[in-house]
Design a protein around this ligand. Structure first.
Ligand SMILES: [Zn+2]
Length: 281
């Protein structure tokens, strides 16, 4: 499942080709993904210029200019479990079975949104009121932004009796951190995923915040070199194969130090946590 670094990489990969371009043809090939597509989506989007491409949490946002008929609106895309937004050179081929949306730009390129499992989402919202939408209104700060600091995290989890792992996955406390990066950041910071969130002191929170930023930044840097995967014609590229320290490595020796520990897997709130009980306290 794409996490924040993958979504950021998609945004960086498509932005140079989509920001400033005008959308020409816009084709929807089914009425819904996880939820129904917006009414008359194709005709509302066709002909409009894209002002900017950006990311919020795990949403890809394409801001569309205002027209005589419509105020400035934002095309909101969530990749869900299996979604992929691929830029390709038009070759006249018809969209495949799982390519539910296709659109062309005045730069001679074509985008296709494929999503075999259809947990993805595409919506069109007024840009000025994006923050009022329920999906955005409650989101916490961006983990890579200055708004995410030891101080803001301390305030967000003050008194919380939930585990720090669950707190990191809570999108109202910090936006966009998924299971993999929560595990990796806690490992890097040497903090047990079972630790009660509200019990962490300022020093450990500072370490955790630095670790979150570090693992996300490194993953984005690794993905940057794979950005071409999103501009190739086949669209068959998989998500990056990162070398995780602990994620999905149960039973292997702790890789980051000589503590002699073994990576364990436990289940917290229905999600797997991977950690080293010796290194992480
Ligand atoms: Zn260790």
């Amino acid at each position: 499942m794409p996490e924040l670094p993958e979504v950021e990489t998609v945004c960086r990969g498509i932005a140079p080709h989509l920001a400033g371009a005008r959308i020409l043809r816009f084709e929807t090939r089914r009425p819904d993904l996880r939820a129904p597509l917006p009414e008359r989506l194709a005709e509302r989007v066709a002909g409009r210029r894209v002002l900017a491409v950006r990311r919020r949490a795990k949403y890809i946002l394409a801001d569309l200019e205002a027209t005589d008929a419509a105020e400035a609106e934002t095309l909101v895309v969530h990749l869900g479990m299996s979604g992929r937004l691929v830029l390709r050179q038009p070759d006249g081929s018809a969209p495949g079975r799982h390519e539910h949306i296709a659109f062309a730009t005045d730069r001679g390129t074509e985008f296709r949104f494929s999503d075999p499992r259809r947990f993805g989402m595409v919506d069109l919202l007024a840009t000025a009121r994006l923050g009022e939408d329920p999906r955005f209104a409650a989101l916490g700060p961006e983990p890579l932004g200055d708004d995410f600091s030891a101080a803001t995290l301390a305030a967000a989890i003050a008194g919380s009796r939930t585990s720090i792992k669950a707190a990191l996955l809570d999108q109202t406390r910090v936006a966009g951190i998924g299971n993999i990066y929560a595990c990796e950041a806690l490992y890097l910071a040497g903090i047990s995923p079972r630790r009660r969130a509200g019990s962490l002191g300022p020093e450990r929170l500072a370490r955790l915040v630095a670790a979150v930023k570090d693992v996300l930044t490194r993953a984005i840097a690794a993905g940057g070199s794979s950005a071409r995967d999103y501009v190739q014609s086949s669209g068959e590229a998989g998500w990056f194969q990162h070398a995780w320290a602990v994620y999905d490595r149960a039973g292997q020796p702790c890789p980051g130090c000589d503590c002699g520990g073994t990576v364990r897997r436990i289940v917290q709130a229905g999600r797997s946590s991977f950690y080293c009980a010796r290194r992480q306290r």
